[in-house]
Design a protein around this ligand. Structure first.
Ligand code: GLU
Length: 450
């Protein structure tokens, strides 16, 4: 059975890039009817906090990226790492130096029968020149990556256990992946340069070597790694700003994965059905907030009325009338915050200058007739889109007026704004009593205007 894992360090909030890595690891496992495990890499006691851990767990839960089984905490496994590394010391592949346990690269490679190719400086995956302390050994094609192909890189003497008894990331990852039965390591490609070392450790411990899939980074528009300079990076910030988890999941999936046709809208279930690692790009994916906004707007539009009520609760709107819900379904709101602000504003009695009621090609008298007749018709009207539209049109025809004489002032009377949804949409959102109240107020305002 396929088993993947997500292994965040709780040293910061759940970053959108990590969440995307988690999503891919989850999708790959679920597509193959496998398991997706969660491991908290909290051995750095100085920087790990429970608060960050909570932020990460809540973020995953909100996105619907659910893990299987118990969460594994590295901090509870210190004894396991210690005794494992002891074996390497006994076999002469690691030695104690100043209280720390250090891998002996040369001895390790010799034991594994890997020819030594010493280098002093080597070029990392991103072209950076890395200078290690002492000699490094180049490993050509030491492993395979499902996305990048052959893995090459270098290893050198490396601390495995610090003098305070905590394992370094490399040691803990390798031991845990083995003990958890991880078959596929799906992680960010910032870890590609660590993988040769991990494979050597796996060989020394006689572990299974998992398959690797390194996912490309998410980049800002300037092609540097996505950071706060480009956009909000924490998943929890997107929740606060009024993005729907369905929209964020859909958007993140398309950052690097490609369905090989022009479809763009995918639910989590669709993604599970369709996701293949072969269709993940090698190169970085650019974060485009406009696309996320467009997607989010679409997901807000199609939410069921009940779901709309639930989603708007966190943004200060408690209940929604059918008309208000329909107004949101007509679209135009990028975030839940925008939709909620609009509804909150709509519910307030509008304040405006009465002169705004008069359309530029109309006059006070025609406006007055338009509003009064509308008010009369509305008191007897059935509150449906079709009948309300007919009622307004009949005011125009019966009184020999233009659309501007009628639709414009009704819209202003209802919204107080120059730009707003159509009068019928507003009537439906506000309901009969409130609509007539606002139109009456407009008529009085117009009469008192000098
Ligand atoms: N704790 C590591 C990180 O957050 C996980 C690396 C891995 O998945 O192996 O980058």
């Amino acid at each position: 059975m396929i088993k993947t894992r997500f292994a965040p360090s709780p040293t910061g909030q759940l970053h959108i890039g990590s969440a995307r890595t988690a999503l891919f690891a989850f999708l790959f496992a679920k597509h193959n009817e496998g398991e997706f495990a969660l491991r908290i890499e909290d051995t750095d006691q100085g920087r790990s906090t429970k608060e960050f851990e909570k932020n990460i767990l809540e973020g995953l839960d909100w996105l619907g990226i659910n893990h299987d089984g118990e969460i594994l905490y590295q901090s509870s496994r210190l004894e396991i790492y210690k005794s494992a590394v002891e074996k390497l010391v006994q076999n002469g592949f690691a030695v104690e130096k100043d209280g720390a346990i250090v891998l002996q690269a040369k001895e390790a490679l010799e034991k594994l029968g890997i020819p030594l190719e010493p280098i002093k400086t080597f070029v990392g995956w991103r072209g950076e020149k890395t200078r290690e302390n002492g000699v490094a050994y180049f490993l050509k094609n030491i492993g395979d990556d499902l996305i990048h192909g052959k893995i090459s890189g270098a290893i050198s003497d490396t601390v495995l256990l610090r003098s305070d008894g905590t394992p370094t990331f490399h040691l803990a990852v390798v031991i845990d992946d083995e003990e958890m039965g991880i078959t596929h390591v799906v992680r960010g490609d910032d870890h590609l340069s660590n993988t040769p070392l991990h494979i050597i450790l796996q060989k020394l411990f006689n572990y299974n070597i998992p398959k690797y899939a390194h996912i490309p980074m998410i980049l800002g528009t300037d092609r540097s790694k996505l950071s706060k300079r480009h956009a909000a990076t924490a998943v929890s910030d997107y929740k606060k700003m009024g993005y729907l988890p369905e929209a964020l999941v859909n958007f993140m999936a398309l950052l690097g994965w490609n369905p090989k046709d022009d479809r763009e809208i995918f639910s989590l279930d669709d993604l599970i059905r369709e996701f293949k690692l072969e269709n993940v790009n090698k190169s970085g994916a650019i974060f485009d907030i406009e696309k996320l906004n467009w997607m989010n707007g679409g997901y807000i539009q199609v939410e069921s009325p009940k779901a709309k009520v639930e989603s708007l609760k966190d943004f200060g709107v408690d209940e929604l009338s059918v008309g208000e819900s329909e107004l949101i379904s007509r679209g135009g709101f990028k975030t839940l915050q925008e939709a909620a602000d609009y509804i909150t504003q709509l519910r307030k009695t509008p304040e405006y200058d009465s002169s705004l009621l008069i359309f530029k090609k109309s006059d006070k008298e025609k406006t007055n007739i338009g509003l009064k007749t509308t008010s009369e018709k509305l008191s007897n009207a059935d509150w449906s889109e079709e009948l309300l539209q007919k009622a307004l049109e009949s005011v125009v025809s019966e009184k020999n007026l233009t659309n501007g004489d009628v639709f414009w002032p009704v819209r202003v009377a209802l919204s107080g704004a120059e730009k707003s949804p159509s009068p019928v949409e507003l009537l439906l959102a506000l309901g009969k009593d409130e609509s007539i109240k606002r139109i009456t107020k407009a008529i009085n305002g117009l009469e008192n205007q000098n």
